[in-house]
Design a protein around this ligand. Structure first.
Ligand SMILES: NC(=O)C1=CN([C@@H]2O[C@H](COP(=O)(O)OP(=O)(O)OC[C@H]3O[C@@H](n4cnc5c(N)ncnc54)[C@H](OP(=O)(O)O)[C@@H]3O)[C@@H](O)[C@H]2O)C=CC1
Ligand SMILES: O=C(O)[C@@H]1CCC=N1
Length: 272
């Protein structure tokens, strides 16, 4: 990232993951600002990473090359309208908010250099994945800067169609929570099968990690890897049948459609 100066507006869960990932990747803390009304959160980030902290958003964006908007969708308009006097078209604005369209951001901020990004919390350990969409005013160099920023904390993929951000939100933005839910459920089931709680948790966590790494590294697809585990009429077969009888795939589709719909609903509700 060289000397690129980055300001985070909002220093909550997702900003903390991105800041943590960037600092662990070697981005200099003196190039990172974070602004938030919550002083406790800011102090925690400052003591962990030695970044610059602000409670005034307008001051925080001064001199920044990249401004990452990391506040809740419901307060994005208010935050942008307040920032409008301080932000220029020379600065790249990256919004990570679910459901806030680039049109709304352009209208509220008065600048056109907008990238919408949907990251996820594993950015904290440099294993995030982000979908990115750039508006027309974003220069090639700014696209590169955004890609460098998000690549520093995981995989970054570009989207040609902004509406696909809703699908990215459903799959990977919210996705870590689905895997945590599965780890929780497998741990609880393991305990019910008689395992000590700590061992049940470790088994579930490391199985998720191993399976995910295999899926990422193998030339085989997930269905083929699943078949390798599944002996005909064996134990896995019994479990997979139970999942399928319970409508597992349909349930996953319904859940992801709900997330994408909620993202579209937020866009409609908050775009005025
Ligand atoms: N969490 C996730 O996994 C992901 C979240 N996102 C998106 O990231 C954004 C942030 O989400 P998340 O980090 O979870 O939310 P958080 O609530 O954890 O973080 C938002 C932060 O913004 C602060 N804030 C409130 N008002 C202002 C203001 N006027 N100026 C500056 N900061 C302010 C909040 O402070 P306070 O708490 O005091 O109000 C809070 O610390 C959302 O838009 C979400 O859609 C995207 C991908 C994944
Ligand atoms: O739950 C949310 O709305 C945010 C967006 C993606 C992950 N968390």
């Amino acid at each position: 990232m060289g000397n690129t100066k980055i300001t985070f507006i909002g220093a909550g869960n997702m900003a903390a993951s991105l800041i943590g990932g960037l600092c662990k990747q070697g981005v200099h803390a003196h190039n990172i600002n974070a602004s938030d009304p919550g002083e406790a959160q800011l102090e925690k980030l400052k003591s962990t990473y030695a970044i610059h902290i602000f409670t005034d958003n307008q001051l925080a964006v001064k001199g920044a090359d990249i401004i990452v908007l990391a506040v809740k969708p419901q307060i994005m308009r208010q935050v942008c309208e307040q920032l409008a006097v301080a932000v220029t078209d020379q600065q790249l604005v990256i919004s990570i908010a679910a459901g806030i369209t680039s049109d709304s951001l352009i209208r509220w901020l008065g600048v056109h250099t907008i990238i919408r990004c949907m990251p996820n919390t594993p950015a904290l350990i440099q294993q995030g994945v982000s979908g990115l969409y750039a508006t027309k005013a974003v220069s090639t160099q700014q696209r590169k800067q955004a890609e460098q920023l998000l690549s520093a904390v995981g995989l970054a993929v570009w989207l040609e169609n902004e509406q696909l951000i809703d699908a990215v939100t459903a799959v990977s933005g919210s996705g870590p929570a689905y895997f945590f839910l599965l780890i929780e459920a497998m741990t609880e089931a393991g305990i019910k099968l008689g395992l000590p709680a700590d061992i049940a948790a470790q088994l579930a966590q490391y199985t998720a990690q191993g399976a995910s790494n295999m899926a990422c590294q193998s030339t085989l697809d997930a269905a083929q890897l699943r078949q390798q585990v599944t002996s005909p009429n064996g134990t896995t077969d019994a479990a997979i049948r139970a999942f399928q009888q319970g409508g597992f795939n349909q349930l996953v589709e319904t859940a992801l459609r709900s997330a994408a719909s909620r993202s579209q609903e937020l866009a409609q509700q908050l775009s005025e």
